[in-house]
Design a protein around this ligand. Sequence first.
Ligand SMILES: Nc1nc2c(ncn2[C@@H]2O[C@H](COP(=O)(O)OP(=O)(O)OP(=O)(O)O)[C@@H](O)[C@H]2O)c(=O)[nH]1
Ligand SMILES: [Mg+2]
Length: 277
Amino acid sequence: MPVNPGIAYQKAEQEYVNARTDSQKLAALKKMLTLVPKHKGSEKLQKGIKEKIRKIKYLKEKEIKQKKGQHVDVIKREGAATIVLVGTTNSGKSTLLAKLTNAKVKIAEYPFTTKKPEIGIMDYKGIKIQIIEIPAIIENFNETEKAPYFLSIINTANLIILFFNDAEEKKLLDAELPDIEIKKLIYNNEEDIKDKIWKKLSLIKIHTKMPGKEPNYPPVALEKNSTIEDLAEHVHKDFIMNFKFARVWGKSAKFPGQTVSLNHVLKDDDIIELHMK
Ligand SMILES: Nc1nc2c(ncn2[C@@H]2O[C@H](COP(=O)(O)OP(=O)(O)OP(=O)(O)O)[C@@H](O)[C@H]2O)c(=O)[nH]1
Ligand SMILES: [Mg+2]
């Protein structure tokens, strides 16, 4: 169904586009919300406006708190990637967090056991990956005070794992969560979840070694299609300057021990021997 907002709405939207300050933006958004046609086809639009309002309020509040020296909730990013567990209550989020990480998290049969984001670190063959559980998503989640905070965590994730118990709950998640570009994985209690997560992350792990030595542990995590140059930069800034050549074993090598230069593209689980001047 087309949204077809009226002239008054379009004017309010223009005011929003032209707004310079947060309070001007808020005023325009609130006007837009009252003027937007209220029918099924405009639900997404209404949701988007509400999200923008919440976000401005949240950032403003955060700024005030910071100025006053009060505590602000922030989660420090750690590891090669961040995965966020999002879902309805009693869908097994904490159970998976406890299974995959060192997090001491409460698991219980009663609903809404998790009250604040819980954080753990997963080890995948030497690569550290941060996992964050967000408290359960409820109906009208976007109207809740904590929504902007939780959404800020969701929006910066490398991967989201969605949890729900039935189709009804999946619908709720689709309605409450923003249409984000971030990759999503649906959890259905698989044994090989760690491998599945790794595949979804679009990362590769590279084993470096020095001539005549065993590969170093842990391996290095890099974006897919990274080159020897990216690896050298990751290992140490001086490496590129002193780089002579590298030898490669693994999927990206034409033959074991192939000699390559800085622009060689790497594949998962390659072993790279770095030769320096
Ligand atoms: N649906 C579901 N429940 C599970 C699973 N594994 C364990 N449970 C049980 O379901 C209950 C809730 O598990 P939690 O892991 O605490 O669920 P949660 O999603 O973290 O729930 P809240 O934090 O309370 O919103 C516990 O009694 C678990 O023993 C699973 O894979 N799926
Ligand atoms: Mg929980």
